[in-house]
Design a protein around this ligand. Structure first.
Ligand SMILES: NC(=O)c1ccc[n+]([C@@H]2O[C@H](COP(=O)([O-])OP(=O)(O)OC[C@H]3O[C@@H](n4cnc5c(N)ncnc54)[C@H](O)[C@@H]3O)[C@@H](O)[C@H]2O)c1
Length: 279
């Protein structure tokens, strides 16, 4: 049986690990070839909380996609750098011949009460999680329009793109911002049969939440935060009785939105959130 992504190419940012790698593998399992980018370097304001991905991790994504007999073009690129991102995308396009799916997944998390966030924390967050998503769409859209094959663009937002969450005002602002970008692009690109949607995960089991910064957010004032102490906080976000969901749960939504099964789904904010939004 033909895979649901047979003959398609997906451009994925933040693909070295976590959800981005999972998306690359899930789409490749269904027949897609992949253009993958990741910063493979740290950002100063994130370093106190957790490291960003490495070149070795991006190489591991390449190895795992190739093990599925799919092609992958992987490049080190920072979504904040429009020219660098464009040339990484263009190389992938030249080698793989087309792009049908865009997954703007790269993102960072840092923490602090809104009025205590530093200017640098605010700027880095908006640059990566909002402007980086704009750049990702911007570098891919002209080729998609030119090819006239339609397509699916999705932005990884968050439950924090639908409601306010304490200690991450900058993250919440960026994740709401990409909803506005999505809604506008859905209108602009509809005539070209290019669909644009956002995905809104609750906690996902990656290093972005499995770090002392997030643990501290869920046990404020505790001098020794831990996963165990944070567990009631993680659980309290969701209506279903789980602290977090898995990257594959998001990848399955990505696959559906990328596939022709969702051919009339555009302009949608899709929660994959264990009921966090209704809570
Ligand atoms: N983990 C969660 O609980 C959760 C919940 C909701 C939404 N999200 C969102 O999901 C997306 C994926 O996060 P994850 O959970 O896989 O965490 P992660 O940290 O494992 O993955 C993020 C990836 O993005 C890369 N990246 C960061 N800044 C970049 C930049 N400037 N340019 C290029 N690549 C960059 C990182 O190196 C990393 O590989 C993010 O947008 C995040 O905000 C995560």
């Amino acid at each position: 049986m033909a895979g649901r992504m047979e003959g398609k190419v997906a451009f994925i940012t933040g693909a070295a690990r976590g959800q981005g790698r999972s998306h690359a593998l899930r789409l490749a399992q269904e027949g897609a070839d992949i253009i993958a980018v990741d910063i493979c370097a740290d950002i100063d304001t994130v370093t106190p909380y957790y490291p960003l991905a490495t070149e070795d991790e991006l190489a591991e994504t390449v190895r795992q996609v190739e093990a599925l007999d799919r092609r992958i073009v992987a490049r080190k690129a920072d979504v904040r750098d429009l020219a660098g991102l464009q040339s990484a995308f263009d190389e992938g396009l030249a080698q793989l011949g087309q792009v049908d799916t865009v997954v703007a997944n790269a993102g960072i998390a840092t923490y602090g009460k809104a009025w205590e966030l530093s200017g640098e924390q605010w700027k880095d967050m908006i640059d990566v999680n909002l402007t980086g998503v704009f750049h990702t769409a911007k570098v891919a859209i002209p080729a998609m329009i030119e090819a006239d094959r339609g397509g699916s663009i999705m932005f990884t937002s968050s439950i924090g793109g639908l409601k306010g969450i304490q200690h991450v005002a900058h993250y919440v602002s960026a994740k709401h911002g990409i909803v506005g970008l999505m809604r506008t692009l859905a209108n602009e690109l509809g005539p070209h049969r290019i669909r644009v949607n956002t995905i809104h995960p609750t906690n996902v089991d990656t290093i972005m939440i499995q770090n002392p910064g997030t643990y501290a957010m869920f046990s404020p004032g505790d001098p020794e935060p831990s996963q165990e102490k944070a567990m009631p906080g993680f659980m309290s976000l969701n209506t279903l009785p789980v602290p977090w969901i898995e990257s594959t749960d998001i990848s399955n939504a990505v696959l559906w939105l990328a596939s022709d099964e969702a051919r009339y789904v555009t302009g949608v904010t899709l929660p994959v959130d264990a009921g966090a939004y209704v809570k």
